[in-house]
Design a protein around this ligand. Structure first.
Ligand SMILES: Nc1ncnc2c1ncn2[C@@H]1O[C@H](COP(=O)(O)OP(=O)(O)OP(=O)(O)O)[C@@H](O)[C@H]1O
Ligand SMILES: C[C@@H](N)C(=O)O
Ligand SMILES: [Mg+2]
Ligand SMILES: [Mg+2]
Length: 327
C-alpha cells in the first residue's frame, strides 16, 4: 500500500511565498510510486487540499483528515514545507503530537526554541558555540536607542526575533539609522534582536538524520552581492553560492563539528540548515538554526544534496522513511 503523505505549505507570515516554492520542489521530487502526496495549504483563510482542477476540500482539524468524494483520507505522515508560523515554530508540531501524526521536522519544543533567535543563541552559547553579542527588545517594554548603542558596537544587524528569509531585517552602520531599523523589524514581530556584526566569511550547513545517523551535507559559502544576504540576494539572484565551499580541511572540520554539535544539543530531527559566519581568528559563529530550511529552486539545501551526489527524490524519500520509522 502506498503511504499517504500530507505536504503542508503556506503559513501565516511573509515567508508563505517561499513556502509555496519549497512545497513545489518537494512535491515534484517525492516518488509518486511510493507515496500518495496531498499538498495542504494552511493559510489565514483556512486549511485545505487543492485538487488538480482547483477545487478545494477543507481539512477536518479534529484529526487532520480529508473527505474526498466517498473516500476518507487518513495520512501516514506529514512533510513540513511551511516556513515561519505555524509550521516552523512548534505550533503545528504540538497539534500533530496531540493527534498522533508523525511529521518530518524537529519536535514541538525544539521548533519553538529555535524559531526564537535570542533563545537559540543563548542555549548555543551555553554549549560552547560562539555567537554574536546581542540585545533583545520587546515592543511593549520601553527601550532607548542610545542604551542599545551604548551596549553594542556598530555595525549591528536588526532582526525580527522570530522570522526568516531576511524579512524586516536591516544592517545599521550609523547610530542615526537604528530607530528606523527597529520600527521596520517591529512591524514583523513584537520582539526584535539587535546583534553585533561578526566579521568573516558566511557559510551555511545542512544537517539531517537518516537511517538513524546524523549526516552533514557539503558546506555552502554565501557571497552576497548586496550588503548582506538579504531577501533580494537570497531569492532574486543577488548572491553567489559556492557548494562545496572552497575552504581548507580545518575550516571544514570546524564547521562540520559545530553543526553536528548544534544538531545534537538542540535534539534536532529531519533536515535543518545552520547559518554561520567564520571569523579568521575566533572560528565559526552560529547565527541561527532553520528547522524548515528553504527548498525552492534558489535555496541552498537542494544545491547541497546535488553536490553530495544524491538526487532530491532519494533525499526526500529518506526523510519520509525516517519520519515513518519514528523520526
Ligand atoms: N550578527 C551577524 N553578523 C554578520 N552577518 C549577519 C549577522 N546576522 C545576520 N547577518 C546576515 O544577515 C543574514 C540573515 O540573517 P539570519 O540568518 O539571522 O536571518 P533569517 O531571516 O532567519 O534568514 P533565513 O532566510 O536563513 O531564515 C545572514 O545570512 C547574514 O548575511
Ligand atoms: C526559508 C528560509 N527561512 C530558509 O531558512 O531557507
Ligand atoms: Mg532563518
Ligand atoms: Mg539565515
Amino acid at each position: 500500500m502506498k503511504k499517504k503523505i500530507a505536504l503542508v505549505t503556506g503559513g501565516y507570515s511573509g515567508e508563505a511565498v517561499i513556502s509555496y516554492k519549497s512545497a513545489r520542489t518537494i512535491y515534484n521530487n517525492l516518488d509518486k510510486a511510493k507515496y500518495d502526496v496531498y499538498t495542504i495549504d494552511i493559510n489565514p483563510e483556512g486549511w485545505y487540499y487543492e485538487h488538480e482542477d482547483g477545487q478545494k476540500t477543507l481539512v477536518n482539524r479534529e484529526n487532520f483528515t480529508l473527505t474526498v468524494g466517498a473516500e476518507l483520507v487518513r495520512f501516514d505522515a506529514v512533510f513540513v514545507g511551511l516556513h515561519g508560523t505555524p509550521g516552523e515554530d512548534g505550533k503545528l508540531q504540538g497539534y500533530f503530537d496531540m493527534i498522533g501524526l508523525p511529521y518530518s521536522s524537529c519536535n514541538a519544543a525544539t521548533s519553538a526554541l529555535t524559531f526564537n533567535k535570542r533563545y537559540t543563541v543563548a542555549v548555543a552559547a551555553m554549549a560552547g558555540i560562539n555567537v554574536a553579542k546581542s540585545v533583545h527588545l520587546f515592543k511593549h517594554t520601553p527601550h532607548d536607542v542610545n542604551d542599545v548603542l551604548d551596549r553594542l558596537r556598530l555595525p549591528v544587524f536588526v532582526k525580527p526575533n522570530n522570522g526568516g528569509s531576511s524579512i524586516g531585517m536591516s544592517k545599521v552602520t550609523e547610530g542615526g539609522q537604528l530607530a528606523a531599523a527597529l520600527e521596520k523589524a517591529f512591524a514583523e514581530d513584537d520582539q526584535v534582536l539587535v546583534e553585533e556584526m561578526i566579521n568573516g566569511r558566511e557559510f551555511t550547513v545542512g544537517v539531517y538524520r537518516a537511517e538513524g545517523r546524523i549526516n552533514v551535507l557539503p558546506i555552502t559559502e554565501i557571497i552576497a552581492h548586496n550588503e548582506f544576504f538579504d531577501f533580494e540576494a537570497k531569492y532574486q539572484g543577488k548572491s553567489s553560492e559556492v557548494t562545496p565551499a572552497d575552504i581548507d580541511e580545518s575550516w571544514k572540520k570546524n564547521l562540520e563539528d559545530a553543526a553536528t554539535r548544534i544538531y545534537e544539543v538542540f535534539n534536532c530531527r529531519g533536515v535543518v540548515r545552520i547559518d554561520f559566519i567564520y571569523n579568521d581568528e575566533k572560528g565559526p559563529h552560529m547565527l541561527e538554526i532553520n528547522t524548515v530550511p528553504g527548498q525552492s529552486e534558489a535555496s541552498v539545501i537542494p544545491q547541497q544534496v546535488r553536490a553530495a551526489g544524491m538526487n532530491l527524490q532519494d533525499f526526500y524519500g529518506a526523510l519520509v522513511e525516517q519520519t515513518l520509522a519514528g523520526g
